[in-house]
Write a protein that binds this ligand. Structure first.
Ligand code: GDP
Length: 295
């Protein structure tokens, strides 16, 4: 994960290792390389610039821990700032409703259906949760079948209504079904398009208004880099979602989406997808990810 970024940051931070003290010159030299590493990872320019400016201020500031050598100090400052950039704290999901309603949003192929299954499986394994999966893609019968396959695989009921063209009606009926049958979590998988279009946005916005979810999650393929960030912005403008799910982090992704999304939409990454299997999901921990990036 983020191997290229890790390598480049390691090289950048190495510059300071031989130095006895922090100086404006060696900090500037190091941060120039750090910025280049971030830009190469597809972090947007503004974010990368703000990042290095903050680290520079801290490195040159009063509150520097003088017990650390310059190399160690810079690693610590960069790690702290990477953690902040990715949201600081771990953000949980709100499961206080009965049922708790979770709405998935995102483009087609981002991994919504897969993640819906992963989340249902994750919650089911918590024993106190009895999830219901809901298929709301009225355009692609194959998407409904796919959710049924996932549901069968993990032993979670799937609510669908093939032929019904009204996703709001399906979602509403699913919630009534959940209440009658003791499901305390309802996960609503929605239709996606290959690119953002007005009809899709109107449709998901209507579903959102009708079912008033506790959690609206935006699912995005981390391999899409800056496009992931732009898509997040478009969905957030319409849905004001609660969190991001970053999928396909097991692939050869450069890291830009993980590092830029929080600063652009100000919403936390809540989960990451790390494979196609139902178990390949993790709660996102910014500090652990920063540790991993810096090796
Ligand atoms: P949807 O159209 O948004 O519902 O996307 P899908 O859930 O159908 O996923 C699209 C493709 O991405 C499928 O082939 C999934 O198996 C794959 N996929 C989803 N999440 C991950 C992940 O975290 N890692 C990998 N490697 N593949 C994933």
């Amino acid at each position: 994960m983020f191997d290229n970024l890790s390598d480049k940051l390691d090289k950048a931070l190495h510059v300071l290792k031989g130095h006895g003290q922090i100086t404006e010159v060696n900090v500037a030299e190091t941060l120039k390389e750090v910025r280049r590493a971030l830009l190469d990872a597809d972090v947007n320019f503004k974010t990368a610039k703000a990042f290095t400016n903050t680290v520079k201020e801290k490195a040159m500031g009063q509150d520097v821990l003088t017990s650390l050598k310059p190399g160690q100090l810079m690693v610590k400052l960069v790690k702290d700032e990477l953690t902040t950039l990715m949201g600081g704290e771990t953000a949980g999901i709100d499961l206080s409703g009965n049922p708790s309603i979770i709405l998935m949003s995102g483009l087609q192929g981002s991994g919504k259906t897969t993640f819906s299954g992963k989340l249902a499986n994750y919650l089911k394994n918590k024993k106190t949760k009895k999830p219901l999966l809901v298929a709301c893609d009225v355009y692609r019968p194959a998407a409904i079948d796919q959710l049924h396959v996932v549901g069968e695989q993990i032993g979670v009921e799937v609510f669908s209504d093939k032929g019904n063209q009204d996703p709001v009606a399906i979602a509403t009926a699913a919630i009534a079904h959940a209440k009658e049958n003791g499901h305390n979590v309802v996960i609503v998988d929605t239709a996606g398009r290959l690119a953002i279009d007005e009809q899709m946005m109107t449709e998901i916005s209507n579903i959102h208004k009708a079912i008033q979810p506790q959690e609206t999650l935006f699912v995005v393929d981390s391999m899409t880099g800056q496009d992931a960030v732009n898509t997040a912005k478009a969905f957030n403008d319409v849905l004001n979602f609660d969190g991001v799910v970053l999928t396909k982090l097991d692939g050869d992704t450069r890291g830009g989406a993980a590092l830029s999304i929080k600063s652009v939409v100000d919403k936390p990454i809540k989960f990451i997808g790390t494979g196609e299997k139902m178990e390949a999901v993790d709660v996102f921990h910014p500090s652990r990810m920063a540790d991993r990036i810096l090796g």
